[in-house]
Structures are given as structure tokens and as C-alpha cells.
Write a protein that binds this ligand. Structure first.
Ligand code: THU
Length: 133
């Protein structure tokens, strides 16, 4: 399922990806979030010389979203590097879970094309979220 906002999200993620700070992995990632109010917020990965302190593009985008006063992810799009799927890591699946619903579309792309759209429920089954508390 390709959303009507796909092109705008793709361009925002690509722009953010271009700003990634990846001197160690050289693997650029850009993410765009469509909020409930149809605002697009983006982020890129930010690596650190102390490797574990690096931040994924999804985490950056979520931080930017919250900083701008938005708390609901309607759709999320990720552009990785290369031709394989850049699927959110386990930690980022949980980060997305905080602000998304189980059927929130997750679009995975290369820099040139859409590769796959899946749902949060498929990526993080039996998840623990805000309503569990
Ligand atoms: N990375 C992301 O930003 N998002 C993903 O979905 C997968 C991996 C980053 C982390 C690190 O900076 C680089 O890609 C290589 O793992």
C-alpha cells in the first residue's frame, strides 16, 4: 500500500539521509514520519566515536517529532543504503511502538525506490506499549 503522502515522505527522508553523520559505518539512513496532523518530520542516523552512543535515523526522527509537539506516527518511511531492506532495528521498533498503532504502515525504501511496506504489528508482534501500563 503506497500512501498519498509517499512522495513527500520519500523526499524528506532522502534529504535527511544526505545529512547523516556516518564516518564509521558509512551507512546512511534517513527517516520521515507522517504525523496524525499530516506534518512530515525527518531524521538521520548520527554516529559517535564511542560506537554504542550512535543514534538510528528512526530515533532522530522521533526525537524531532516530539520536539515539535507531535505525538502520533501515522506512517513512517525509512531509506537505507544499498538494495537490501533497511528494516528498523529491534530498539527502534519499540521506539516506534510508543507513538504508533499496530497497523501503522512502515515503508522501507532504497535511495531510488520503494521496496516494501509492512505494519508495526508484523515487525513487533505481542508488543508491550503504553496501554499495558
Ligand atoms: N541504522 C539506522 O539508522 N536505522 C536502521 O533501521 C538500521 C541501522 C543505522 C545505525 C548505524 O548508524 C548504521 O545504520 C549501520 O548500522
Amino acid at each position: 500500500m503506497i500512501s498519498e503522502h509517499f512522495e513527500q515522505m520519500f523526499e524528506a527522508a532522502k534529504k535527511a539521509r544526505g545529512r547523516a553523520h556516518v564516518p564509521y559505518s558509512k551507512f546512511k539512513v534517513g527517516t520521515a514520519i507522517l504525523t496524525a496532523g499530516n506534518i512530515i518530520v525527518s531524521g538521520c542516523n548520527v554516529e559517535n566515536a564511542a560506537y554504542p552512543q550512535s543514534q538510528c535515523a528512526e530515533a532522530s526522527a522521533i526525537g524531532n517529532m516530539v520536539s515539535q509537539g507531535h505525538y502520533e506516527i501515522k506512517e513512517i518511511l525509512i531509506i537505507g543504503s544499498g538494495n537490501l531492506l533497511c528494516s528498523p532495528c529491534g530498539a527502534c521498533r519499540q521506539r516506534i511502538r510508543e507513538f504508533a498503532s499496530l497497523n501503522t504502515p512502515i515503508h522501507m525504501c532504497s535511495v531510488v525506490k520503494h521496496l516494501k511496506t509492512t505494519s508495526l504489528e508484523e515487525l513487533l508482534p505481542y508488543s508491550f506499549g503504553p496501554e499495558n501500563l
